[in-house]
Structures are given as C-alpha cells and as structure tokens.
Write a protein that binds this ligand. Structure first.
Ligand SMILES: [Zn+2]
Length: 462
C-alpha cells in the first residue's frame, strides 16, 4: 500500500476558464473531479466532441464541486460513453444539476436541429448529448453534505466545505490513504455577498489546485445597488428596455435581491421586470428553499416570511410564446435572460431585437469570456453577427463591475493567507494565461510558494 502512486491529470480548465476536468489516479483507481463543458470560442467548443483522454467506464468515482455547466456539462456524455459509478455532489448542487443538465441537453439538441435546418452538411449534425442523456447522468448523483467525510476508492476520502461561489458550491478536500491531502478549490467565491455563506477558511493542504478567473484583477468597490439604481433611472427616462444578460444560477437571484432592496429603500420606481428564462425561474425556487446553504441574514429573513427574491412587478416567463411576445412590449421594462455571456439562450433574441434601438440599455453582470458576444459588445463593437444576421449596436452597453461569483486577486490572497503552512505545490487552473501569470507572480512574491500553471493533459505526481 505504501508505495501506491498518486497523480493528478489536468484535462480541462488548463490555461482557459472552462471545461474543468481533473483526473486523480490512486494506484489503479481513477477519480474524476468535475466534468465540465468547454465554452466560448469555436476551437474550445470543438474540444467537447474530442474523445475523452481516459476510458469513462474505467473511472471509479466522480466528485463535483458545483453546478455550473463548465464543471458538470459533460457528465451526460461521460455516462453515455459508459461511466457507471457514483457522482458525488452536495444536495443543492444536485438540485441545480437537475435543472441545468436537462436544459443543456435540450440546448445541444436545438443547436443540432438548427444546424441541420439551415446548412447542408454531408452527414447530419448530431447533438453532443440529449436531454435523455442528461436524465441518465442524473441517476448517478449521490448527495454528500458539507462537513461529512466520504470514502473514495483506493483508500482515499473527501470532505466538501462551502466555497462561497454559488448555492451548493464546495471545496473538495481529498485525503489519500498515505495521509497526503489535496484541496480542490472548484471555483472560489467571495466574502460578504448576499444570499450564501462565505468561503470556508482552510489552514493547510499538501497540494492545492486553485482557480484563477480573476487572478489579474480587483473587483470594483462600486456599490451594485447604486449602479443598478442609476441604470434603472436612465431607462425610465429613455422609455426603453433594460436587457440584462444573466447567469441563471446565482447572478439572477442576486439581481432579484438587489431589486427588492432598492424597492424596500424607496429608490426605484415601479417597472415591469421579466425573468425570461425557464431555468432561472426554477433555480430561483431552489435558492428560496435551500436553507442549509443560505447565510445567516438571508436565512433569518426567509424564515420571517419575506420573499427576498421577489421584487414587485416581477413576471416569471417560462413559455416560449410569451418570451417572443416580449418583443412587442414597449418600455420602460426590464428583461433578465440567459445566457450571461450572451452566447446562447433567449437573451440573444432580445439583443437582436433591442440593440438597434438607442433607448435600450444592455447591462452585463459578470465575466465575459473570450470569443463570446458579450465580450465583443463590451469591447465596443458597433456591428455584430448574430445567427447569420448583421445587427447594428445603437444602444448603450453597461456593466456592473462589482458583481462576481469569483474571488478577485485580493480576495484569493486573503483566502490563501489562512494557510499556516506552505503547500508542496500549488496548481493554478481555470484562468486565461494573463490572469494565471499575475496570480502566480503574486503568490510567489507574497507567500514564496511553489506554483505550476499546468498545460492541457499534463500530469503531476502527488
Ligand atoms: Zn462556477
């Protein structure tokens, strides 16, 4: 037993922010941590169809840190290609996956259908996976609560603890049979955000895998309430639409909370607010129920019977026809719709329809990855191509800088400063190279730790 070899292989989120997939080899057992979809550019998306770098049926267990699609989105393919074991996740992560995985399957089917209808390929395009595949994958989920150690193959075990990123998000603290401890950060959240608990203090680990989405940035200290208030004020004046591309999980609920706060404080006139995303509607319901994950303030308020996520004037839109009908609705109004990077989902149709109108304001609420429509708009594009059509951008483009589910460089360093001893190695993943290099430089300078930025498919002994 003592000579059993251990290693970690980086098969996604290596020098990029999506596609999280880390393979732990423990002797002859294999455990996968996260199984995410690559998102963004065409080159990245192509990686989703490439064969896995391991044989799915030879994996013994899968551990999931949280329900974002770049961490779970390839599970249906993993199961469809033969994975038969358990998929461990927190109860809230499972609830959210029940919503987001079938949605992702439907989206894959719709994309394939669209491609086959509008272009003529020699072979029909097949979806990456289907809604049915997603339901098959969901059958493998097994709930593991925060703080409860759970066995893994090869004599290892793991414990989840709150990561402060989205509902149910967790660090996975893995202990190998020889006592070696590996901390997988998943996505590291922030301190003092509304709704969910802060990231857990960690004091030691032999090896650390840390994300670096905002490794080169500091979030603005801009007051999100003030920013949303001023944009609302402008849209009341222009009589247009405020279109907010928003992530269905986490960001939309935070926005609803802020709208409610503005109303409570008498800082917002009455305006219709449409949540045009069946997924966001379902997720909001999960947030309101998930007492185990909420921070003390939010929990107390929910227990007192307040609906913190239901500002007045809100309409939840599930139906596709009602979504289309929003096109003929005159402003002022607010439309919150996915996806958050405007690279898919219903918000794309709203943008096509509303961006040529100068009275529209588009408000981005989070990170916009390279190659997405959101990134192009924020960079000032005046003309964009959407679904084969040229769309003129005559509206105002804004961004709330303070909202993010990811720690910035300062918050990452604050979290790392809790460590009482230096890890033998810190692996920096889940970031674009400039962010990774900036975080690496800061860790080496301030803490003197050894770090590596692993490349795709690189393996390191532990
Ligand atoms: Zn995430």
């Amino acid at each position: 037993m003592a000579s059993m070899s251990q290693s970690i292989g980086f098969y996604g989120a290596a020098e990029t922010v999506t596609g999280s997939r880390h393979l732990l080899t423990i002797g002859n057992q294999k455990v996968l941590v996260d199984c995410g979809l690559f998102q963004g550019s065409h080159e990245l998306k192509l990686r989703n169809t490439a064969p896995f770098s391991f044989v799915p049926r030879e994996l013994d267990a899968v551990v999931i840190t949280h329900a974002h699609i770049d961490h779970i989105g390839l599970l249906p393919r993993l199961v469809a290609e033969g994975y038969q074991g358990p998929i461990y996740a927190t109860p809230a992560t499972i609830e959210l996956s029940r919503i987001s995985l079938p949605d992702s399957g439907r989206l894959q089917e719709e994309d394939a259908h669209y491609a086959n209808r509008h272009r003529h390929f020699p072979q029909p395009v097949v979806p990456l996976y289907t809604e049915r595949d997603a339901y098959e994958a969901l059958k493998h989920f097994k709930a593991v609560h925060y703080g409860q150690p759970h066995e893994l193959p090869g004599g290892a075990s793991f414990t989840f603890s709150p990561a402060g990123h989205i509902l149910g998000s967790a660090f996975a603290y893995i202990t190998f049979h020889d006592g070696t401890r590996l901390l997988m950060s998943g996505d590291l959240g922030r301190y003092d955000t509304p709704l969910i608990k802060d990231p857990t203090v960690v004091e030691s680990a032999d090896y650390l895998v840390i994300e670096s989405t905002y490794g080169d940035r500091f979030h603005s200290h801009e007051d999100p309430l003030g920013k949303i208030e001023s944009v609302l004020h402008d849209v009341m004046k222009s009589g247009g639409a405020l279109v907010i591309p928003s992530f269905a999980i986490g960001r939309t609920q935070e926005l609803l909370y802020y709208f409610r706060q503005l109303q409570n404080q008498g800082r917002m006139q009455r305006i219709p607010i449409y949540i045009d995303s069946p997924m966001a509607v379902s997720v909001t319901h999960v947030y309101a129920q998930a007492h185990e994950d909420l921070d003390e303030e939010m929990l107390a308020s929910v227990k007192a019977g307040n609906s913190e996520l239901e500002p007045s004037g809100i309409t939840f839109v599930r139906d596709k026809e009602l979504s289309k009908a929003l096109n003929s609705q005159h402003g002022p109004l607010v439309i919150i719709s996915g996806s958050g990077m405007a690279n898919g989902g219903r918000v794309v149709h709203h943008l096509m329809h509303r961006m040529p109108d100068p009275s529209t304001i588009v408000l981005f609420t989070g990170y916009q990855a390279e190659g997405t429509l959101g990134r192009r708009l924020l960079e000032g594009a005046t003309m964009v191509h959407i679904m084969g059509q040229e769309v003129e951008v005559r509206c105002r483009i804004e961004k709330v800088n303070a909202l993010s589910a990811h720690a910035d460089q300062g918050e990452m360093m604050k979290w790392l400063s809790n460590f009482k001893a230096e890890p033998k190695m810190t692996f920096i993943v889940h970031g674009e190279p400039p962010a990774q290099e900036a975080l690496q430089a800061r860790i080496e300078k301030d803490l003197g730790w050894k770090t590596i930025i692993p490349k795709q498919a690189e393996t390191h002994a532990l």
